[in-house]
Design a protein around this ligand. Structure first.
Ligand SMILES: Cc1ncc(COP(=O)(O)O)c(C=O)c1O
Length: 397
């Protein structure tokens, strides 16, 4: 069968591949602890679920405008103003089927053959593939652990060419938890303003910030930066609503209008029921977030301490998200039953098959020598997962 060329450029999500491997083991009756999760283990807040059920019961089950219902857009406008200090009009907002869908639509309307898009690594797995799907070129900038996995202005400068069309920031980051402060962003400002590129700012982990630190949207730094930025966010992570599929983007109206056209010719509107639920979450969900983040803060401390006690693992303390990105370079090169653990894929496979614990290899995020470990699971599970890692690593010689 001859499929379109573009399909050969992309691969299935590696995080999903690991989950599939784990499922096979579980089906065989093996006890597997999952530290690979990319979604909060909390239930969607009751207020959001109820709004969804009410939407069904009251017949709010028809098409909405393709770019989202006005009611939800108004709540998003309010959210961006209050939380991020950003003022937008209705025609500068689009609601999509998840933040991933917003990002996909941005790539569709901005990138084409020959364009280069700067992506700091470690990166979220979908960025390079979404760029490739549009025949553009991902330009990967490898950030360093000693820089807190933050891209430096010098690195950005070096990566910019006359073909650069965009740069993707993800703060707080999946997979590292690295979080840019206003000061970090200010250091990029002149460079970004003097280059004709678009800034895509994925802020989906905005609420997952610890130890009194706060989130800054790069768009809030100056009106000129705002004009060049498309902010992406959603309810998946902050309100434990991954399955409802609601995300949104805010940016210049020409870009938002074009994204709306793509949406109207592909998915039409995001689910009407989910839009009602998302509106309720954004309006009334602050206490839910506070409870969840307190719990995540405790787990984060517990995991950082625990992982750093395991021989060969060095785990930094990132400011945000619900992932840790420990350095496992000291473990690579060791052997199990004569087989050498060459890289993070071998290590994650070994930990799953011999240790019964799912982690995600760093190489999936463009960084060899690391694992991504999620703490989106209750503390007793996290404790069991860490014990399993420790026991498995002791088998290595
Ligand atoms: C960095 C990042 N951006 C976007 C998304 C997509 O979120 P959504 O569920 O809203 O599509 C994810 C989900 O894992 C993510 O980690």
């Amino acid at each position: 069968m001859r499929l379109a060329n573009r399909i050969g450029k992309i691969k299935p999500s590696p995080t999903m591949a690991m989950a599939a491997r784990a499922r096979t083991l579980i089906e065989r009756g093996i006890d597997v602890v999952n530290l690979g999760l990319g979604e909060p283990d909390f239930q969607t807040p009751e207020t959001a679920s109820k709004a969804g059920i009410d939407a069904i019961r009251s017949g709010y089950t028809k098409y909405t405008p393709p770019s989202g219902a006005l009611e939800l857009k108004e709540i998003i406008l309010q959210k961006l103003k209050v939380d991020n200090g950003l003022d937008y009009d209705h025609n500068e907002i689009i609601v999509s089927c998840g933040a991933k869908h917003s990002l996909y639509n941005i790539a569709q309307v901005l990138f084409e053959k020959g364009d280069e898009v700067i992506i700091p690594a470690p990166y979220w797995v979908s960025y390079p593939d979404q760029v490739l799907l549009n025949d553009a070129i991902p330009v990967i900038v490898k950030t360093k652990e000693e820089d807190g996995f933050l891209m430096t202005p010098e690195q950005l400068k070096e990566a910019i060419t006359p073909r650069t069309k965009g740069v993707i920031f993800n703060s707080p980051s999946n997979p590292t938890g690295a979080t840019y402060t206003a000061k970090h962003f200010e250091a990029f400002s002149d460079l970004l303003l003097n280059t004709p590129l678009w800034i895509i700012s994925d802020e989906i982990y905005e609420k997952f910030i610890y130890e009194g630190r706060s989130h800054t949207s790069i768009a809030s730094l100056s009106p000129d930066l705002k004009k060049k930025t498309i902010v992406v966010n959603g309810v998946s992570k902050a309100y434990a609503m991954t399955g409802w599929r609601i995300g949104y983007a805010a940016g210049p109206k020409e870009i938002i209008r074009a994204m709306g056209t793509v949406q109207s010719q592909s998915t039409s509107n995001p689910t009407s029921i989910s839009q009602k639920a998302a509106a309720a979450a954004l309006k009334e969900g602050t206490p839910f977030i506070q409870t969840m983040i307190e719990e995540f803060g405790r787990r984060r401390q517990f995991m950082i301490k625990g992982l750093n006690r395991i021989p060969g693992i060095q785990c930094p303390s990132p400011a945000g998200s619900f992932y840790l990105f420990p350095n496992v370079q000291k473990i690579l090169g060791k052997r199990h039953k004569g087989e050498e653990i060459l890289g993070s894929v071998d290590l994650a496979t070994f930990l799953l098959e011999e240790g019964g614990v799912t982690t995600i290899p760093g190489v999936a995020f463009g960084a060899e020598g690391y694992l991504r470990i999620s703490y989106a699971a209750p503390e007793d599970i996290l404790e069991r997962g860490m014990k399993k890692i420790e026991q498995a690593i002791r088998l290595l010689t």
